[in-house]
Ligand binder design. Sequence first.
Ligand code: FES
Length: 579
Amino acid sequence: MTDSNEPKGLKKGLTNYGDIDFSLFLRKAFIKGAGYTDDALSRHVVGIINTGSDFNPCHGNAPQLVEAVKRGVMLSGGIPFEFPTISVHESFAHPTSMYLRNLMAIDTEEMIRAQPMDAVVLIGGCDKTVPAQLMGAISAGIPAIQLVTGSMLTGSNRGERVGACTDCRRFWASFRGEEIDAQEIAAVNNQLVASVGTCSVMGTASTMACIAEALGIMLPGGASPPAVTADRIRIAERTGAQAIAMIEQRLTPDRILTAKSVENALRVLLAIGGSTNAIIHLTAIAGRMGIAIDLAQFDRMSEETPVLVNLKPSGDHYMEDFHRAGGLVTVLRELRTMLHLDALTVTGRTLGEEIDAAGPGFPQEVVRGVDNPVYAHGGIAVLRGNIAPGGAIIKRSAASLALMEHEGRAVVFEDMADLAARIDDEALEVAADDVLVLKQLGPVGAPGMPEAGYIPIPKKLGRIGVKDMVRISDGRISGTAGGTVIVHVTPETAIGGPLRLVRTGDRIRLSVAARTLSVLLSDDELAARAAETKPAAPSPQERGYRKLFLRSVTQADQGCDFDFLRAVSITDTVPKSRS
Ligand code: FES
């Protein structure tokens, strides 16, 4: 219950004029200019973060969601205040959305702190927005509940169902391989995004929505309703009502986001065949609470957690099918014995109680049972070796089986400009069993760790039918992409990581079974090369946010959060060892 002595509603966080009664008098005078009564202004205040933006079609339904959340707040006796923060869309963020995630987290945290609200509804959706909002809300510390905009609908190209963005990449690869012509690729462009909402596959946005529900920071059933459905609007109304209940119960993020809930989220990430980006985001979210993620134990968890969700890019279906199959609770029911059922959720009930309340499942073809999984092991594996001493990630559920154990000759690109200049050069010496290596793609190097780890297949190989190659970088890969792509190589090349020492012609060996990724060079040779090439220091000319970013961003294994935003000390580590 709330402490009756604590300031609430408009009395919270008064602007400092040296006279708190005058501060409240002035605040009320101004807000009354918008027509509010004293009765309205005496209620619990729920802030609603509206990340609607003409540059963000993934949030194109934000106005309807805000209206529904407001309805829920008022039906429960509170008063809603909508306010904007930064909105970040994947395709409208230069240099990358990841570069801006921490800025959005700072904006979210500081505007929650700055304005008087007793609880906050976070409306996000597109990839970086949900982690940014959760990171900010954790640090702000008031009751917070996540709402997502929901997935887009699928379209149709010549009778074939298509959706962003697994099919974006598949069709573009076909166009590069000259399998389809300019007319067809233009027609596909009209069909990939059939409505507002987030990408229609198990990409990063869908993964983060499922993770938010698994963490308990979203209403049960909140992850899967598509953006344009009545179910999505109803979830929004209920989210507004729940925000009021959370004020009464003092359900602050630290009570919900615990080591147990983070472990549940990691389990769900593996079972849904979720995006590799979610590891970075969950690391950042957990880091705000002083919880570290142990990649070695996560890899152990991956071995014992099957992929159950048959969605692209690991499987066949789309998010709207996942919703019709019952949504995330269908997965949670299957994972029940592997979850911490006593983890608290925004409803004030435990995850186990919510699974029970959802009732029994029903026959469907999208979520498999643990005895008949899509993939016997978790979707993600953690690799280590002399070019990735801090770890690297592969989404093995979306990789080629034939390339999981592979040795090949490195073809190295020094940065994205070098890649763009040479990848389609007919004179490039490259064969299908070579290993493509791209440097300078990390948090500092690019900067902002772009999703360019999905290095395109050289055109001359695409033309002869090569669909996949082993590709290695210190960048990221879109959650919607597939292929034998190794990303998050840590430490990154720009700060001296040993991947920078690899040269064209070196031999690289990948063994997913052994979890290794190495260049076949002696330690002496690597030391000699390291002595020859020092990483470049950041330019002293940098200014503004870029300067802050380059100075403060951490590596992938710490979530790429800013060092000064993580918890002061790490007090827990997950997943727990079974020994
Ligand atoms: Fe927004 Fe994919 S671009 S979710």
